[in-house]
Design a protein around this ligand. Structure first.
Ligand code: S3P
Length: 422
């Protein structure tokens, strides 16, 4: 029985909502990774008091609408989610906030977040192509918007909803394709005035009423399914494995990888299924399995958007072809994850074809022995280290420092499951 660290999405949101609630939010099992600590630093710079007592994180909220002008730049390092959600959070404040980040974050498109926020009246001063470093400055009287999200992105949805929290009137996000819904669920839990209507075709209309007080919460962060996926795939491809990962978040907007692996023939079962904090949670058990290639439909992409590199690794060991469709969003993650995954596969002797928005992997015995260029991307590093557990020759990642952005102690946990690192 093992555990993975707390969910990254819920950890960011716990700190952000705690910072604007009335009272003290208590967070157990917060993910203590570089990305989440960058968000904690940003919330402190905006006035919240955040401290750790024993294993509990305590956030003394400022109250909705009461954040303070930071007297330093907010440095988000590698953290896309923290920076984008915080842009929404500060959008209705009539003061400047400067955002900076590492080379990976500074190359990622921010226009997708800034464009709807501009509609509230927020001014932006950004590097070429709406990239970091950038400064935003909210309008003295921001206006509520209705925004139809043009790509499946929980970050865009969340940024607009967080902005709406401090804008008088109703802010609505229209989401044609459902993405992870932690922001909506947690806003309801913190006492926000939030309403969700779903059309017959599945389109969701999420409306928050601004300037309503939020109440501090007690939160226990469930295990991150995206981190669990590395141990899960390692167990499936390594002969003789039987691994159980305790208390993993099983929100259906996050479990596309597990569904896909079961379709591929994985011996994967969920035990001790229960609910906590409005989320489905359970223990994920996997035993080594002979996998067979499948076609992964484009509609499933939002529920496994961070899991394609490790699915590509599982597919490398499967019999036959695995065809992953609808991958356009992978091109704008911490790196161009579609291209970088394909290059990593090729470097280790795996036959694959990279399409504009899809990836075809032809499985078989995996030679390994390659050096993978990780491009400041934690998930690329972890996925290919997992490949090394079952490839004929060890796999090398050119840099593993970025793993700390989402999964501190990854190598310790994988070593406890039998991996050998040098
Ligand atoms: C996240 C949303 C996803 C995901 C990221 C975390 C979130 O990004 O890739 O790791 O916590 O909202 P997009 O919303 O841009 O797809």
């Amino acid at each position: 029985m093992t555990r993975v660290p707390g969910d990254k999405s819920i950890s960011h949101r716990s700190l952000i909502l705690g910072a604007i609630a009335d009272g003290e939010t208590r967070i157990e099992r917060l993910l203590e990774s570089d990305d989440v600590m960058a968000t904690a630093g940003a919330m402190r710079a905006l006035g919240a008091h955040i401290r750790k007592e024993d294993d509990t994180w305590l956030v003394s909220g400022m109250g909705n609408g009461s954040l303070l002008e930071p007297n330093e730049s907010l440095d988000f390092g590698n953290a896309g989610t923290g920076s984008r959600l915080t842009m929404g959070l500060v959008a209705p404040y009539d003061f400047p906030v400067n955002f900076v980040g590492d080379a990976s974050l500074s190359s990622r498109p921010m226009g997708r977040i800034l464009d709807p926020l501009r509609e509230t009246g927020m001014q932006v001063n950004a590097a070429e192509g709406d990239r970091l470093p950038l400064t935003v400055h909210g309008a003295p009287l921001p206006v509520p918007i209705t925004y139809r999200v043009p790509v499946a992105s929980a970050q865009i949805k969340s940024a607009v909803l967080l902005a709406g929290l401090n804008i008088a009137g109703k802010t609505t996000v229209i989401e044609p394709v459902m993405t992870r819904d932690h922001t909506e669920k947690m806003l309801a839990g913190f006492g926000a005035d939030i309403a969700i209507a779903t059309d017959d075709d599945g389109t969701r209309h999420i409306t928050v009423t601004g300037q309503v007080d939020l109440n501090a919460q007690n939160i226990t962060v469930p295990g991150d399914p995206s981190s669990a996926s590395f141990a899960v795939v390692a167990g499936l491809i390594t002969p003789g494995s039987d691994i159980t990962i305790k208390d993993v978040l099983l929100n259906p907007t996050r479990t596309g990888l597990f569904e896909t692996l079961v379709e591929m023939g994985a011996d994967l079962s969920i035990e001790n299924r229960h609910q906590s904090g409005g989320e489905d949670i359970g223990d994920v058990r996997v035993r080594s399995s002979n996998l067979t290639g499948v076609t992964v439909p484009a509609e499933r992409a939002p529920s496994m958007i961070d899991e394609y590199p490790v699915l590509a690794v599982a597919a490398s060991f499967a019999k036959g072809e695995t065809h992953m469709l609808g991958l356009d969003e992978l091109r704008v993650k911490e790196c161009d994850r579609l291209a970088v995954t394909a290059r990593g596969l090729e470097a280790n002797g795996v036959d694959c074809t990279e399409g504009k928005d899809n990836l075809l992997v032809r499985g078989g015995p995996v030679a390994g022995g390659g050096v993978v260029e990780t491009h400041l991307d934690h998930r690329i590093a972890m996925a290919f280290l997992v490949m090394g557990m079952a490839a004929a020759k060890p796999v090398t990642a050119d840099d593993i420092t970025m793993i700390a952005t989402s999964f501190p102690r990854f190598t310790d946990l994988m070593s406890s499951l039998g991996a050998r690192f040098s």
